[in-house]
Design a binder for this molecule. Structure first.
Ligand code: PRP
Length: 220
């Protein structure tokens, strides 16, 4: 944490792009970040005393919990999965998608049975919470790091617990949504100490972002 600058961690990728567009609407631009060739990791906006850095999505809650970033922007999936001690303060509305249980349509029957179900996922915590605490069902969770849709096709698992946005990955692979776990979108998270120590600046920033979201419906 830094007394002069507020540090903001952004999850790399689409969310970071939309987030910077939203910041532009409140007069905060960070030209340096636009340079695709640059290997620079941290960007400073001297005028507003802000520092931005890009990190892998799952690392954003970690930076925020430890105070290396005062504020973070990351998907709700990552927040739920990482389960860090941070405040979630604003739903940005973009990056909308759903966490779902998916598989071949024949697996629907299995999901309603008492049989042991094998579930492949990048999100073992979310998956465990859904099956154990909500459905009271015994499952074997198989952790994967990507291309989760492959698992039922090659019979590594019966179903998957994964993010569905447009549904095209499922369709192109002969899979379907069997159950919905929860809604997801981009969220602003804040370090708990920063929220007290820098309350005025952080609260103003959050309200400005909120107003910008209301004035610019394209973000929804
Ligand atoms: C995500 C998710 C699905 C896909 C869903 O994967 O895990 O595979 O997007 O999007 P759709 O419903 O619009 O097809 P991502 O592209 O992040 O890569 P990954 O498979 O490596 O996790």
């Amino acid at each position: 944490m830094n007394n002069e600058y507020l540090t903001i961690a952004l999850g790399k990728g689409r969310l970071a792009k939309s987030t910077m567009k939203l910041f532009e609407k409140i007069g905060i631009t960070c030209q340096e970040m636009e340079d695709k060739k640059s290997r620079k990791l941290i960007f400073v906006d001297e005028e507003h005393k802000l520092r931005f850095f890009l990190a892998k999505g799952p690392d954003v809650p970690t930076y925020v919990e430890y105070g290396a970033a005062d504020i973070g922007v990351v998907g709700r999936d990552t927040i739920l999965e990482e389960n860090r001690n941070i405040f979630e303060v604003l739903d940005l509305g973009f990056g909308k998608c759903k966490m779902c249980i998916c598989g071949p349509k024949e697996a629907k029957e299995l999901l309603n049975s008492k049989e042991l179900i094998h579930v492949a996922t990048k999100y073992p915590r979310i998956c465990k919470d859904y099956f154990y605490n909500k459905k009271h069902q015994t499952v074997e969770i198989i952790k994967l790091n990507g291309s989760i849709e492959l698992a039922p096709i090659v019979e590594l698992s019966d179903v998957i617990c994964d993010i569905v946005e447009t549904g095209s990955t499922l369709r192109e692979n002969g899979l379907t949504v069997l159950e919905e776990v929860c809604d997801l979108s981009a969220r602003v998270v804040v370090n708990q100490v920063s929220m007290r120590m820098e309350n005025e600046r952080i609260t103003k920033l959050i309200y400005d972002l909120k107003d910008a979201l209301n004035e610019n419906p394209e973000f929804n």
